[in-house]
Design a protein. Structure first.
Length: 700
């Protein structure tokens, strides 16, 4: 009787799991892809940015009219400055006061121009985001963007790359006004001459701003015509292909989850609550929120895994009333609330916390890295190169403080054996496989595609193909390492199954950094295992396949490699500009998420249409620019510790951790894989696994 009851419960669990997985597949097939919070822009965002631009343009026009009194001889500041030496002291004081008043008018005009220019950038970004939403259809609009590209080649700071412009910003005029009022005669004369030259740049800049607005409006009309002319009817073969992929991935995911969840209804309920919190509108989604808090109170180990599950959904905002947060930031708060509930429940029942783990000394790297990163980020806020303090403070919360606190909480759960390190890795790999499967189904439907480099590239639920390549590449490196090193045949089987969608996903992102990272990670695992034949065979097979592909489709291979396009050809320029910026602020850096705010003309940052250069595409330069020299030393020490802990390891856990770390470092030499708010949680989990000392039972 008892055996029959267990079998019935097992079959019921399998049915419920199958229905949930099938529901996810139907969601992929029939529901539209949710809009990104900061990349794929809906039409409403374009309209909002246009309304803001019109408002700022009106304010600038008012300032220009107020400064119209400077037309003619009164606006010849160079002449007025030179004539100061010919006047009596009383006349000099009078002229100085008049110059300061007139320069203040220029400062007001410049301030209004800066606001309008920011609105122009936002309008441009919104239009490019709406273009990205078109997927493969965006390829047809490449020629329409070239007028914008050609205009930006002439555009002065802060958007262009010309070095012969004197940037007429408001601070520039205000400091010169102070010099004219309080400086010596020579200083006042020189300041007036500089103001005259800057006012000339200001007038020319206004003409370029007007041209920029015109080309953006023309492109907006072309974009709208393309959107209205596109058809929503997909050919039958796309539906057949997408349906087959959806069912195949649903079956694969059901088989893997069936083995991993091990008939645990509480874990299944946590998955349902997470889906409700992510997918349902507010305030209905609060049901999922309350359920997650309660489930974490019952099973604290969930708090160590949920942020890893939310990594790919970082860019899709969770709306809470009128506020917007990344999903993993909300899960951080939910996890903290659930753990607090668990502690209160234990104290109420008279159970005291286990403090024996405080006697161990192996957890010190977590505290050292957390303290070092927080200190480096805090010091960077005092950098003279900081442009947007509000952005830096936001990233300090999301990228540094919250992940560090989560790592300390996860360390507590590991030390008290409430969660296993393997569970954290499985959470990341399984979620990456689902994201890959979802993206492949959408790819078959013609959605989630980025095709502005000549080749349709998979982006899925992430903002770009490169971001997806970073995420899936780390998952594929971990799954392949697990498939090659796990002692359990069942784990090896599950890892190989998960590698199928991950391999296809990484391949279709056409992200060369992801390819190199995965190849390097697998080669490292085979090297440490001394599996020479397999290593040489894999290298030979890859070489033959690439050569054969080049012979059959040489033009397609050239487009895949994207020689001369995108950030690939511009990376050397980006690295050079980042190095120049590092030399400008070597100790403190520029602060978190400030690279996109640097003046391109000052550091020679290239401008690329459809692409936002928000980071220097190099792990070490990125850390140095954002966190300064201290942050760079902390990250290098963290990497050295992990390699020292895992090098020569024979256990699957160490090899998997080393493979993921190798992928992140190799790919990080070409892209951003650490600082950015999403992947930082994976870096912390790798550090947690490296310091973890399993018990004898867990080790076996």
């Amino acid at each position: 009787m008892w055996k029959d009851r267990c079998m019935a419960q097992s079959r019921q669990f399998d049915r419920v799991l199958a229905l949930l997985v099938l529901g996810l597949s139907c969601w992929t097939l029939f529901l539209p892809m949710p809009a990104l919070s900061n990349a794929n822009a809906p039409a409403a965002l374009v309209q909002a940015s246009l309304a803001t631009l019109d408002q700022q343009a009106e304010q600038r026009q008012i300032a220009v009219i107020a400064a119209s009194v400077l037309d003619g001889e009164r606006g010849d500041f160079e002449r007025r400055g030179v004539q100061l030496a010919q006047l009596s002291p009383e006349q000099q004081s009078q002229v100085r006061r008049e110059l300061a008043v007139d320069i203040e008018l220029l400062a007001q005009t410049s301030r209004a121009a800066e606001h309008e220019r920011q609105a122009l950038q936002a309008y441009d970004t919104a239009l490019m985001g709406q273009t990205r939403d078109l997927g493969a259809l965006a390829e047809q609009l490449r020629s329409a963007t070239w007028p914008i590209v050609e205009h930006l080649k002439l555009y002065p700071p802060p958007l262009g790359t010309r070095s012969d412009w004197l940037a007429p910003n408001s601070n520039y005029f205000q400091t010169r006004a102070i010099t004219i009022s309080n400086g010596t005669l020579e200083q006042a004369t020189q300041a007036a001459i500089e103001v005259g030259r800057a006012s000339y740049s200001q007038r020319q800049l206004r003409e370029l701003d007007q041209t920029y607005r015109q080309v953006l409006d023309q492109y907006a009309q072309t974009l709208q015509q393309t959107i209205t002319s596109q058809t929503n009817v997909r050919p039958w073969w796309r539906w057949v292909l997408a349906s087959g992929l959806a069912l195949g991935f649903a079956g694969l995911l059901w088989w893997v989850l069936r083995a991993i969840l091990a008939k645990d209804w509480l874990l299944l309920a946590a998955g349902v609550a997470l889906a409700a919190w992510f997918g349902l509108p507010w305030p209905v989604a609060s049901i999922g929120l309350l359920a997650l808090v309660g489930l974490i109170g019952l099973r604290p180990s969930l708090a160590a895994c949920l942020p890893l599950l939310a990594i790919p959904l970082y860019y899709r905002a969770r709306l809470v009333g009128n506020l917007s947060f990344p999903l993993n930031e909300t899960l951080f708060g939910i996890s903290a609330a659930g753990l607090l509930l668990h502690v209160i429940w234990r104290w109420w029942r008279g159970q005291r916390p286990d403090v024996a783990w405080f006697k161990t000394s192996w957890y010190w790297p977590i505290g050292a890295v957390a303290l070092g990163l927080v200190l480096a980020a805090g010091l960077s806020l005092g950098s003279s190169g900081l442009v947007e303090p509000a952005t830096a403070l936001r990233e300090l919360r999301r990228t540094i403080i919250e992940p560090a606190i989560w790592a300390c909480l996860a360390l507590l759960l590991l030390a008290t054996q409430r969660v296993k390190a393997q569970s954290m890795l499985w959470s990341y790999i399984v979620m990456a496989a689902w994201i890959a499967g979802d993206g492949l189904v959408r790819f078959a439907l013609g959605e989630g595609v980025w095709a502005t480099t000549g080749v349709p590239r998979l982006i899925g639920l992430l903002p770009s193909s490169t971001a997806l390549g970073v995420y899936l590449g780390a998952g594929l490196a971990g799954s392949l390492a697990l498939a090659l090193s796990a002692e359990s045949a069942k784990q090896r089987q599950l890892a190989w199954l998960l590698s199928l969608p991950l391999s296809l996903g990484v391949l279709l992102t056409f992200t060369r950094g992801a390819w190199l990272g995965v190849v390097g990670a697998v080669a490292l695992v085979l090297l440490l295992q001394r599996r020479w034949r397999l290593l040489l065979g894999a290298a030979g097979l890859a070489g033959v396949g690439l050569a054969g592909f080049g012979l059959i489709q040489p033009s397609l291979l050239a487009r895949v490699l994207r020689l001369g396009e995108g950030t690939g050809s511009a990376r050397q320029e980006i690295w050079a500009s980042a190095w120049r910026a590092v030399q400008d602020q070597p100790l403190l850096g520029f602060g978190l998420d400030q690279f996109a705010q640097l003046e391109p003309s000052r550091y020679g940052i290239p401008q690329i249409r459809f692409l936002t250069l928000a980071h220097p595409h190099n792990l070490l330069l990125d850390v140095w620019l954002q966190l300064g020299l201290l942050g760079l030393l902390v990250v290098l020490a963290m990497l050295g510790w992990q390699v020292w802990r895992w090098w020569g390891s024979k256990q699957a856990l160490g090899l998997v951790g080393l493979a993921i770390l190798a992928d992140l470092v190799i790919h990080g030499m070409l892209d951003q894989t650490m600082l950015g708010g999403d992947m930082i949680y994976l870096w912390w989990s790798l550090l947690l696994i490296s310091v973890w000392r399993p018990s004898a039972t867990e080790e076996s």
